[in-house]
Design a protein around this ligand. Structure first.
Ligand SMILES: [Zn+2]
Length: 323
């Protein structure tokens, strides 16, 4: 058994996953618990500290910890170890690194955005292996992304690179995004957007099989629309339009970045061919005259473990003594 270990935390608005990993980036023990709903920022930090302390004590490896990586949603300033803001947790300018350091004084701690962590995981262990330049997109309740350029994660001047969900795709839109703007990709192609559009169309009285799958219109979400789309014209049309916007955003990104591969994960990507066929069709059509028209667009491989594996990788990429 190795004599040094890493810790990783994947912190989300609904669950907190923690694990102990090896210096090779493999997970050896993991735990998942629900995030305390309505908890204050300090209560949630206490919950994280308690979860990792339990794991460490169980394996008796407190003195063998080499580093701790944390992925969390929102805008994260990796250099200062501060969570600037999050969409689903009540955090503003939270010094998360310093708060955890107070309990784990002798352990190096690294913090990054969850999409960046998933990007690192897919790049080193998943669908991006073997490439130098990769764009990772996560399409779930929101739309996030991470960017690997010349083998390294690109964060940008303000740690805001990859905020692709807020690319403005509609010049005139009356749907306001969580960021305050109008016409963002996230309001057109995220799981939340698909649910909203389907609910609106059903409330307007559109004929659809979707209603046979739910007790009330409010229960309709992207997964339900996906199930209905096999037989139902409205469901199929809603998804085709949403994924056309996603495809157009990807066309713009391919034209800007000319990456080797585009990896798509997140809950909505689990709709599989409904998403990938449409996105690939849009890319093939819009880039027909460009050598980039065959840029591979592939599903993520790591699923729910991407966050933890990426947080482990964050440590491995950062610690001075690289094994
Ligand atoms: Zn936005």
């Amino acid at each position: 058994m190795s004599d040094q270990f890493l810790l990783a935390v994947d912190l989300g608005g609904t669950k907190i996953a923690t694990c102990i990993g090896t210096l090779e980036g493999q997970i050896i023990k993991k735990s998942v618990e629900k995030t305390k709903s309505n908890g204050t920022s300090y209560e949630i930090v206490a919950q994280v500290i308690s979860a990792i302390s339990n794991l460490v004590n169980e394996l008796g490896i407190r003195s063998k910890l080499r580093g701790l990586g944390i992925g969390c949603p929102g805008i994260v300033d990796s250099n200062r170890g501060v969570v600037v803001s999050t969409p689903n947790l009540p955090w503003r300018d939270l010094p998360l690194k310093a708060l955890i350091e107070a309990e784990f004084k002798d352990v190096e701690i690294f913090l990054d955005n969850d999409a960046n962590c998933a990007t690192l995981a897919e790049f080193h262990h998943g669908a991006g292996v073997g490439n130098d330049n990769m764009l990772y997109l996560t399409v779930s309740t929101g739309i996030g992304a991470g960017l690997i350029l010349n083998g390294s994660l690109y964060r940008g001047k303000d740690s805001c690179a990859g905020e692709i969900g807020h690319m403005i795709m509609e010049r005139r839109s009356n749907i306001q995004c969580g960021c305050g703007q109008y016409g963002c990709l996230e309001t057109l192609a995220s799981g939340t957007a698909i649910a909203r559009i389907a609910q609106e169309r059903l409330k307007e009285g559109a004929g659809s099989e979707i209603l046979k799958l739910v007790k009330s219109i409010e229960e309709v979400d992207a997964q339900i629309v996906g199930i209905a789309a096999k037989e139902d014209g409205l469901a199929k049309a809603i998804l085709n339009e949403a994924f056309e916007y996603l495809g157009l955003a990807i066309v713009n990104l391919i034209n800007t970045l000319n990456v080797d591969v585009i990896v798509i994960g997140g809950g909505v990507a689990k709709l599989g061919p409904l998403l990938f066929d449409q996105v690939r069709k849009v890319v093939a059509e819009r880039l027909a005259k460009s050598p980039t028209c065959d840029t591979p667009i592939v599903p993520s491989r790591l699923g729910d473990e991407a966050g933890l594996k990426g947080a482990l990788r964050l440590v491995l990429d950062s610690i001075t003594c690289h094994y």
